[in-house]
Ligand binder design. Structure first.
Ligand code: FPP
Length: 245
């Protein structure tokens, strides 16, 4: 049975970015420690990534660790880094076989050395893959990214600052190689962007699910995509302007 009609397929997002919230609450509701929630969260990453590939959504960005997450207890932070290492070790073969290119945004210098190394190695090993695109936001903060971009742009003597256009400035952002997200999904019922892709989200549609991330599986993801296909993206125009030729 086909998942999407040809018309719906035409309207699928190119880039989906996800704020994977609620691992801790999910763990608590199962009477388990927080890391149990994160571990199940990683399992769900596999399921959602596979679904995106199956239906033809070519770019996905996952908010795996924010700069603010640095304030969490040490054992949770190191547990998350071990999960990241495990994930990348396990998935490298698949990424190579299926042509998945890994990218990262965020300050990798703020990660433990072993985590930084495996992220950088995986990025390097997959850099020629061109079938699908996974970006992990790691020690990422949008305000920090913007500030860095402003500094780099203002220091570039070759840049004509007087006539600076948005597209010129966007080249200084860490997302310069990525299309802007069309759809941002947040799980766990919170209506916030939490310092994630603030300027890239200018025209993104936002979908908030009440489910905690480990429960936001294939079906919930497909429902979010279907909802997106029904949205009218006006980019400041009126509905009439969009339908008139
Ligand atoms: C939010 O849940 C989730 C995180 C802070 C981390 C997300 C990380 C993963 C799913 C694992 C690592 C990812 C990859 C790609 C290997 P929370 O802890 O804030 O939940 P709570 O708000 O219910 O406490």
């Amino acid at each position: 049975m086909q998942i999407f009609t040809p018309e719906e397929k035409e309207r699928l997002p190119v880039h989906v970015a996800i704020i994977m919230d609620g691992n801790g609450r999910w763990a608590r509701s199962h009477g388990k420690p927080r890391l149990f929630g994160h571990r199940n969260g990683v399992e769900n990453v596999r399921s959602v990534v596979n679904t995106a590939r199956e239906v033809g959504v070519p770019f996905m960005t996952l908010y795996a660790f924010s700069q603010e997450n640095q304030n969490r207890p040490m054992d949770e932070k190191s547990g998350l880094m071990r999960l990241l290492e495990e994930f990348l070790k396990r998935e490298l073969k698949t990424m190579q076989k299926d042509g998945i290119r890994l990218r990262a945004i965020g300050d990798l210098d703020g990660l433990p050395r072993f985590a930084k190394k495996i992220v950088e190695d995986s990025i390097e090993k997959t850099k020629d893959n061109d079938q699908w695109n996974l970006t992990l936001a790691l020690n990422y903060g949008s305000r920090q990214e913007i500030l860095q971009a402003v500094k780099a742009c203002s220091q570039n003597q070759n840049q004509n600052h007087e006539n600076l256009e948005w597209d010129d400035f966007a080249q200084y952002l860490e997302t310069k190689d990525l299309p802007d997200p069309d759809l941002i999904i947040r799980t766990s019922g919170e209506f916030r962007l939490s310092n994630f892709l603030l300027v890239q989200a200018a025209y993104a549609e936002i979908f908030v699910s009440p489910l905690h991330w480990p429960d936001f599986g294939r079906k919930a993801f497909l429902d979010a995509l279907r909802d997106f296909t029904k949205r009218e993206r006006r980019y400041g125009k009126t509905s009439e302007q969009l339908t008139s030729f």
